[in-house]
Structure formats: structure tokens, C-alpha cells
Ligand binder design. Sequence first.
Ligand code: HEM
Ligand code: HEM
Ligand SMILES: [Fe+2]
Length: 464
Amino acid sequence: MKFHSQKVAWGFFATCMLLFSLQLIYGFIMAFAHAGFDGLHDWIPFNVARATHTNLLVMWLLAGFMGSAYWIIPDECNRELAWPRLAWVQLIAFVLTGVAAIIGFHFGWWEGRKFLEIPRPLDYLVVIDVMLFIANIGWTVWKSERKSTTSMVLFFGLLTAALLYLPGMIPTDNQTVDSYWRWWVVHLWVEGVWELIMGAILSYLLIKLTGVDREIIEKWLYVIVGFTFLSGILGTGHHFYYIGLPRYWLMVGGVFSALEPLAFLGMAIYAFSMAKKGGRTHPNRVALLWTVGCSFMSFVGAGFLGFAHTLPQVNMYTHGTLVTAMHGHMAFWGAYAMLVLGIITYAMPLLTGRKLYDHPTAGFAFWSSNVGMTAMTLAFAVAGVSQVVLERRAGMDFLTVQKEVEVHFVGLILAATLFTAGISAFVWNFVRYGLPTAKVTGAQQSTTQELAPEPLPAVAAARG
Ligand code: HEM
Ligand code: HEM
Ligand SMILES: [Fe+2]
């Protein structure tokens, strides 16, 4: 690694591994409950398991983004992090707040608003924590003479993500108004500013792993940012169809959200073409596999499966059913989980000085988790479509239908087992990498060369 302060990224990545593993346990608790085996009901009822599962997901992804920033920003800015110790304090505070929230859920201390269940007092702690994080990376970027497009998009993505947490805290006792602001957070995160974070991290990984010129890679980043804002902002309307807001949202939401897959398609074409152009000569091939895989799976999960229920005529029937869970799993997995696992795969050899990327478990982790997640998505799809037909078209009672679809959750459990085998291999590899003890190589000397591409030896040799 280049800088000492990049080590803090390891702390965030280790947190990801812990919280992700815990998230999967709660996924199984719910999958068994859906299949008719709800033995833990008295201790962990479904709503508690669900809030815990999704909040752990958001927490580990945010930890992954922060870790990525603490890794990427010093590298891109060619200087140590402004306040490395603060970054460790901020990590510990983040984990303590998260743990308090999760324990609270189990004792009925929650807000009951999907994805934003964290109780209000803890929200303030999250805000303070994220402000410290933004200040740390912001000051590092500000003090640096080298402001690359990648680092700026990453910084502004993270800053706007932090700001967009605030609408979710606007107090109201009106259900429609509450729903309205909730979507400002949930939608404008995953289909807005998180896409900037994704674009920037993909850009960083492609620069490092393909050896293609930085200028070419970063030019694409502008296109992606453009597409994201063009479609994603007004695309929020696809959540406003039937919650008590004016009718024009049917049209606005339908049209703009239908354009959203373009940004994901753009990212997929971008990653594939850069990987092809670069000739795949980097030794850490599995990191490139995660990078390109992320762009592809996010297109399938977010773009394709998002489009599948985004038109008001369809959403009228599918809203809030297991069809949403089908899309939610593949979208979160493809876009953000794979992204974080990708940067961890890239950074671990550099953080620890060990090279485990050639080990068979590294490839197994990728393929088993992806095939497992694809099968999980199919299981949710079958259950979801059956639910829509029986409940919304045939008019059967909600609970009768839940009984009818129980069998599909046996399929989900099998698929999730395959998925978990892959993730276990990933976590095992992480443990085997050990602590971040690699040698620190220091800053690059010349400033004129800093913005120049970083060709791989093979590419440089081919260019003569
Ligand atoms: C990586 C990007 C995305 C992620 C992580 C994601 C994830 C999710 C999640 C978790 C939900 C459920 C939210 C809730 O009910 O609170 C949801 C809902 C929805 N998503 Fe996405 N999504 C993404 C992109 C997209 C795109 C691009 C589209 C459209 C083309 C889309 C269309 C929808 C629709 C229509 C709903 C509402 C479903 C309902 O009415 O129950 N999503 N998404
Ligand atoms: C062992 C693996 C997993 C299992 C068995 C599992 C199972 C489940 C179940 C049963 C639900 C509740 C669906 C309902 O409301 O009825 C759920 C919700 C959810 N899970 Fe998972 N899950 C797993 C892994 C994951 C992963 C890896 C992700 C993200 C990358 C994820 C993201 C979500 C999301 C976003 C929701 C909320 C969906 C919605 O809003 O409708 N899960 N999960
Ligand atoms: Fe949305």
C-alpha cells in the first residue's frame, strides 16, 4: 500500500465481513419462517428479523463505502488521510451505534419505517459519525493538489448520500408525507447518489486492473453521472403511484424510471469494454471478475428486474409483494454488495502483502455466491408471481396465499445455502489474509505524472 493511513480501510472491511455474516443468519430465519418453520417466533418475530436483515445490509454496505473511500482517496490524492486516528474512532462509533440499533430492534425499540427503522436518537449519532467521515475525506481531497475525476465523483457521491439521510428525519404524523420523505432517502440513495459512488469505485478499479488510460475511463464516468441524474431523480415517482400523491406521478414516475436501466446498461458496457481493451493482464484476475460481474449483475437486478415492475400498470399488482423482494435482492447484490466485495478483493493483497487471489477458494466464492443469488432471485420470482396472481388477481386472502407459496421457500433455502457457501469462502479468505501489515511504499514523487494513466507492465511494453 502507498500510505499508512490506508490501513483503516481494513478495519471497515473486517466490519463488513462480520455484519454481512450476521445479515445472512437473519435471512435464513425469515426464509424458514416463510417455509412454515417459525420456531424462533417468540424471540425473533418476522418484523424484527426483517428490520435486522435489511439494516445490517445497509450498515455493512456503508462500512464498505467508507472503507473504500479511506483506501481510494489517499491513493488518488497522493497523500495521507487528513486525520487517520479520527477514522478509527469513527469506525468504532459507527459499529457501536449499529449494534445498539440492532439490539434495540429485538426489544421493540424501532421506528417501523421500512429501511429507516433506526430510532431517532441513534439517527443523530449516525449523522455526527458520517459528518466526521465526510470531513476527513473532504479535507484530504481539499488539501491535495491532485483532484481526479474519480475522487471528486466519489467524494460528492458520499457527501450527497450523507445529506440525503436528513429528509428521512423530518417529523410528521401524516402517513403519506412520511412515505414521501422516506423515498427521498431510499430511492435517491440506491437509484441516485449511490450510483455515483458505484461509478467512481468501478472507475478506480478499472483504472487499476485494466491498465486502460485514465482519461478514457473517466470520460465514461461523466456519461454515467448524466444518465443517473436524468432518469433517477424524477424516477422517484415510481414510488409515488398509490401512496396518496397527485395523479401526475403515474406519468412522470413511469416515463423517467423506465429510463433508469440505461445508466446500469452504460456501466455494464463500460466495464466490459475496458476489461477487453486492457487485455486482462493484471494478476489479480478475480478482482476484475468481481468488477465486471458487478456491472453485469447490477444491470440484471436493478435495470432489468427494476424495469419489470416499474410501470404503474404493473406496479398496481406487484407493489409490496415478493416480486419486490426478488428485485431488491439481485439489485442490492449486483450493484452494491459485489462492488464492496470487489474492492475488498482488490485491496486485501495490497493491505496485507499476501497474494491469495489465485487460490481456488477465491474463484469458488465468486461463482458459488453468484449462482446462489441467481437461484434465490428465481425462487423469489416464482413465489412473487404466484402471490400476485392468487392474491391480487384471484382475490384470495393474504395469509391463505402465504401458505400456498410456502413450498417455494424450500427452494429459497437451498439456493441461499449455495450462496452462503460462496460467502463463507470469501470470509474465510479474508481471515487468511490476516492483518494489514504490508510495507508502505509512500507517495509518488512527480506531480506532473500523477494524472497520467498507470499502465501495467505488459501494456506499457506493448506500447513500446
Ligand atoms: C442498484 C439499484 C437498485 C436497488 C438497490 C434497488 C432496490 C430496491 C428495494 C430494496 C426496493 C424495496 C424498497 C421498499 O419497499 O422500501 C425497491 C423497490 C422498487 N424498485 Fe428498485 N432498486 C434499484 C434500482 C431500480 C431501478 C433501476 C428500477 C426501475 C427501472 C427500480 C424499480 C423499483 C420499483 C418500481 C420499486 C417499488 C416496488 C414496489 O412497489 O413494491 N429499482 N428497489
Ligand atoms: C442467506 C441469504 C439470504 C436469505 C435466505 C434472505 C432471505 C430474505 C427474506 C426471506 C426476506 C423477506 C422477504 C419478505 O419480506 O417476505 C428478505 C428481505 C430482504 N433481503 Fe434477503 N436474504 C438473504 C441474503 C440477502 C442479501 C445478500 C441481500 C443483499 C445483497 C439481501 C437483501 C434483502 C433486501 C433488500 C430485503 C428487503 C426486500 C424488500 O424490500 O422487499 N438479502 N431476505
Ligand atoms: Fe426506486
